[in-house]
Design a protein around this ligand. Structure first.
Ligand SMILES: C[C@@](CO)(OP(=O)(O)O)[C@H](O)COP(=O)(O)OP(=O)(O)OC[C@H]1O[C@@H](n2ccc(N)nc2=O)[C@H](O)[C@@H]1O
Ligand SMILES: Nc1ncnc2c1ncn2[C@@H]1O[C@H](COP(=O)(O)OP(=O)(O)O)[C@@H](O)[C@H]1O
Length: 267
């Protein structure tokens, strides 16, 4: 059994308040994009995890797929499985790649071992693994709030546009991004702003992580500026960075950027 976990981008991200549990309340829009890992799970004599493709930092036993297995195993009678992950979604990119693997792993296990879990119930399991993980259960554009794990579906279809994603050499961990951010209440909620025409987003829809990350990593700021110079209608860092996306009317030629970063066209 095989699945193709996809990445997400954040269109806007407001960090609103620090919570007593150390997390932050935020509002953001999650939008799925077409950069995918390959996740294969087969029944085996013992539980194992292996990966190919991009190198995943950390021990295999800490991989979110293995954590997902142990979480489900507490409540369900599961056989041991062999997990193979081909990693293609850039890591430390703000693309939620690990979270996508976790969400898709839960869905794979549910389908293949007849666990009978509803989407709500799978979201509950996913939330335990990480704030972003629950999004990947339904995997549809949403306005997300609280820890970024409560959702309101939205009608947002960008398929008429060309989305280009640029991944610099630098990587940024989610923990680093939250450490430097200053929480503040919003003046205009993203829930309303996202309904305005895309051409009105620039200068209004913001990502609060950009402030300190652009200061500490000027090359990332440069990528955003370059996307606007190439005609993006809207450009932003995704989530906690370091990737930056641009939304274009027509696919741009970004050959000049390919020298120092990885460019994904039409995601
Ligand atoms: C920033 C966002 C934006 O979508 O994702 P990325 O851009 O990294 O993919 C998310 O908030 C990341 O979600 P996720 O990566 O699942 O976070 P978790 O594993 O739950 O938490 C990692 C760390 O981020 C911080 N954290 C996360 C979520 C949140 N609402 N407040 C926080 O302060 C905490 O310090 C936590 O220890
Ligand atoms: N399946 C996985 N794929 C990628 N990273 C994983 C996975 N499981 C656990 N991790 C851990 O999560 C960290 C960041 O994951 P990722 O989702 O790529 O972050 P971000 O969304 O912030 O770019 C990695 O450094 C790694 O240690």
């Amino acid at each position: 059994m095989i699945a193709f976990p996809n990445a997400k981008i954040n269109i806007g991200l407001n960090v609103i308040a620090r919570r007593p549990d150390g997390y932050h309340d935020l509002e953001t829009v999650f939008y799925p994009i077409k950069i995918n890992d390959v996740l294969e799970v087969v029944e085996a004599d013992k539980l194992s995890f292996e990966s190919s493709g991009l190198e995943i930092p950390g021990r295999p036993e800490d991989n979110l797929c293995i954590k997902g297995y142990h979480l489900l195993k507490k409540d369900h009678d599961l056989p041991p499985v062999k997990i193979h992950l081909h990693k293609n979604i850039p890591i430390g990119a703000g693309l939620g790649g690990g979270s996508a693997d976790a969400g898709f792993f839960i869905k794979l296990m549910n389908d293949n071992f007849g666990l009978g879990l509803s989407d709500d119930s799978m979201e509950e399991y996913a939330r335990i693994l990480g704030a972003d993980c629950a999004f990947f259960i339904r995997n549809k554009p949403v306005f997300a709030f609280e820890k970024g794990d409560e959702f309101e579906p939205i009608n947002l279809d960008l398929s008429a546009y060309s989305i280009v994603l640029v991944m610099p050499d630098e990587h940024i961990s989610t923990a680093e991004a939250y450490r430097g951010v200053k929480a503040a209440p919003v003046k205009e909620t993203l829930y309303d702003l996202i309904k305005t025409p895309l051409t009105a987003w620039r200068g209004h829809i913001k990502n609060d992580f950009e402030g300190h990350i652009f200061r500490d990593h000027p090359a990332i700021r440069g990528i955003k500026a370059e996307l606007y110079e190439h005609g993006a209608l809207y450009a932003s860092m995704s989530g906690s960075g370091a990737s930056v996306f641009g939304i274009f009317e027509d696919t741009p030629n970004l050959e000049v950027m390919e020298e120092f970063s990885q460019v994904f066209y039409n995601v």
